[in-house]
Ligand binder design. Structure first.
Ligand code: NDP
Length: 311
């Protein structure tokens, strides 16, 4: 008997995902009716994006699991009508690879001072080689699928990398700190700070004025995590006071970032439009299909969200 898999995301996503999902389900040996509409009581799995319009799971009485298309789950994890397992997207081939490239690129931009030469084509012969990676300390807040991979890539380039997580960790090449007691030291050694934390009640506005003040003078902040990790006004104040040298921001409290937002014209802020890393349909489809296969076989599902922790 086929399982019914409801694809609940915007229609342009269906165009992107339909063929890869059909292929991946077939490759995993899952016989499925993959649909964009179905009577709720017939649905076994929902492939889900929070902006799909579906926010009441109660009519889905046969539902076995919800498979989030994205890595972040802050828009669905607290939904009281969701009573089945929730899996999030972890996709080494697509999402993680993309984030490693984006973070490495932006760290290198600031480390090498590339703007001086890319923007300074004005006839002045600016001498002085940049420091080596060994002399630039990078701290990554969040040592999960993305933070650990980015940290390891930077460590391979020679940067001394410190990572910070909730629970103690050992990640090769990274000096790992954990818990509230590890945060002060992690911030104090961040010449470049990268935020790869999920948004939860505990991480909301983590980088407020006091924590920004703990960064070394001249530090650079790079945020591909979530906009609400940072207090916007405090960030602007820290940049204006020359305490921070630059902020590269990919995520914002409101997206799209409104045209009148002061981040846009700020000379020390680079805005990128939530493009640090996208879920890539072919590899993400394989992750989703594998999870449905596992659930059907009674095997543990991958990348399950801890509803208590919120990620
Ligand atoms: P994971 O869940 O794998 O990792 C989260 C990490 O954050 C873990 O190391 C976790 O600690 C740590 N953490 C969570 N809460 C706390 C806390 N209170 N104190 C200290 N550490 C904490 O997530 P991913 O690496 O897959 O993704 C991270 C985030 O990146 C996503 O939630 C999403 O917001 C963002 N993202 C952004 C994208 C973009 O394009 N801009 C694309 C994809 C994701 P522990 O290991 O102990 O649990």
């Amino acid at each position: 008997m086929p399982v019914t898999v409801l694809f609940a995301a915007k229609s342009e996503r269906w165009e992107e995902y339909e063929a890869p999902l059909r292929t991946a389900l077939a490759e995993k040996g899952v016989t499925a009716d993959l649909v964009t509409e179905a009577a709720p009581e017939t649905v076994d799995y929902i492939v889900y994006a929070p902006n799909s319009g579906l926010d009441d799971f109660r009519p889905y009485t046969r539902l076995k699991a919800v498979l989030n298309l994205w890595a972040g789950v802050e828009d669905v994890v607290g939904n009281p009508t969701l009573r089945v397992p929730l899996a999030r997207m972890v996709d080494d081939e697509g999402l993680t690879q993309g984030m490693v490239e984006w973070v490495t690129g932006h760290v290198l931009r600031h480390h090498l001072g590339m703007d001086r030469h890319i923007l300074g084509q004005d006839g002045l012969w600016r001498t002085g080689a940049p420091p080596l990676a060994f002399d630039r300390r990078v701290t990554i807040l969040g040592l999960g699928a993305l933070g650990a991979a980015c940290g390891q890539a930077l460590a391979r380039l020679g940067f001394p990398v410190t990572g910070w997580s909730r629970s103690p960790k050992q990640v090769e090449g990274i000096d790992c700190l954990a818990g509230p007691e590890g945060l002060d030291a992690a911030l104090a050694r961040a010449d470049i700070l990268v935020l790869l934390l999920p948004l939860t009640p505990e991480t909301d506005t983590l980088m407020d004025a006091a924590r920004l003040a703990q960064l070394p003078r001249g530090a650079v902040l790079i945020n591909p995590g979530r906009g609400a990790l940072i207090e916007d006004e405090a960030l602007i104040a820290a940049l204006d006071a020359d305490h921070l040298a630059h902020a590269t921001l990919d995520v914002f409290r409101e997206e799209p970032l409104p045209p009148e937002h002061p981040f846009w014209p700020h000379p020390k802020i680079t805005v990128t439009p939530h493009i640090a890393s996208e879920t890539r349909a072919p590899s993400a489809a394989r992750v989703i299909a594998e999870n449905i296969r596992r659930a059907e076989a009674g095997a543990p599902m991958l990348h399950l969200v801890d509803r208590e922790k919120g990620y």
